[in-house]
Design a protein around this ligand. Structure first.
Ligand code: HEM
Length: 234
């Protein structure tokens, strides 16, 4: 009886596909490795090199080795993702780098909208805040991975000192961006409730959430959605 009721409800809830399986697995791989690298990096930065962190104990290696190993995995994943998704890269970049005058109001309404859900209008797949995150976070991660690789390759001298400084000072803004992204994308803030579904499990979220966050994109994609029964394959 309860199952019937749930099934009926699921059939009437309008959903929209946001991310497909390859993008979701890529995102998960990046975030697991970024979280490990960030945790071990902060552990070392806090002067705990002499004590093994819980992650290092779990991995059976010192924090610095784990930090470097997962750093290489992150670099490899990033490169593989760019190569495998090469066709999507230009549109991701152009969607993220564009800001129209008519979208400036989005920023004005944003602080309140985080709580009320009444976001300003914007075009495109990403809201202006996501576009800012896409560019700054990806650039930040590229700098961290690049300077990290440099630190492994160079042994001492002025280049090492500069690389170490850039690596360390990039850590602070990137940590802030990641914390902000997790806060927003987890959906704990009322305005962003339900958004986490776009990147997890089936990558489908309620159409009402999509309309609230990405009005133009949701209108276009709802028009393209298959009829019920046609099925949406990941
Ligand atoms: C820690 C490293 C992480 C990195 C580097 C990262 C990076 C990204 C990037 C670049 C995007 C692209 C679109 C956008 O700007 O929203 C994205 C989307 C997304 N992320 Fe993350 N992410 C991380 C962690 C997480 C975590 C822990 C969650 C869990 C809640 C999460 C949930 C999401 C969701 C739901 C989206 C899709 C938003 C949409 O539908 O546009 N992310 N992430």
């Amino acid at each position: 009886m309860a199952t019937d009721h749930r099934r009926k409800r699921a059939a009437t809830v309008e959903v929209v596909q946001r991310y497909r399986r390859p993008a979701r697995w890529f995102h998960a791989g990046i975030y697991v490795s970024v979280l490990i690298v960030a945790f071990t990096g902060w552990w070392l930065l806090a002067g705990q090199e002499g004590r093994a962190s819980p992650l290092a104990v779990l991995a059976g290696m010192p924090d610095i080795s784990l930090h470097k190993l997962v750093g290489w995995i992150l670099a490899g994943l990033g490169l593989a993702g760019v190569l495998a998704g090469a066709r999507g890269v230009p549109s991701f970049v152009s969607e993220s780098a564009r800001l129209r005058r008519s979208e400036l109001g989005w920023f004005v309404r944003w602080p309140a909208a985080v709580f009320t859900g009444r976001f300003g209008w914007h075009q495109g797949r990403f809201d202006p805040g996501q576009r800012f995150l896409n560019i700054t976070l990806i650039l930040g991660l590229v700098v961290l991975v690049g300077t990290g690789a440099g630190l492994v390759a160079v042994h001492g001298g002025p280049t090492f000192v500069v690389l170490a400084l850039v690596h360390k000072w990039t850590t602070y803004p990137v940590t802030g961006l990641i914390a902000g992204h997790i806060l927003v994308a987890s959906g704990v803030l009322p305005g962003y409730r339900g958004v986490w579904r776009s990147m997890h499990f089936g990558g489908r979220l309620h159409a009402s959430v999509a309309r609230r966050l990405w009005p133009a994109w949701s209108r276009d994609s709802l028009e393209r959605q298959p009829e019920p029964g046609e099925g949406t394959h990941d």
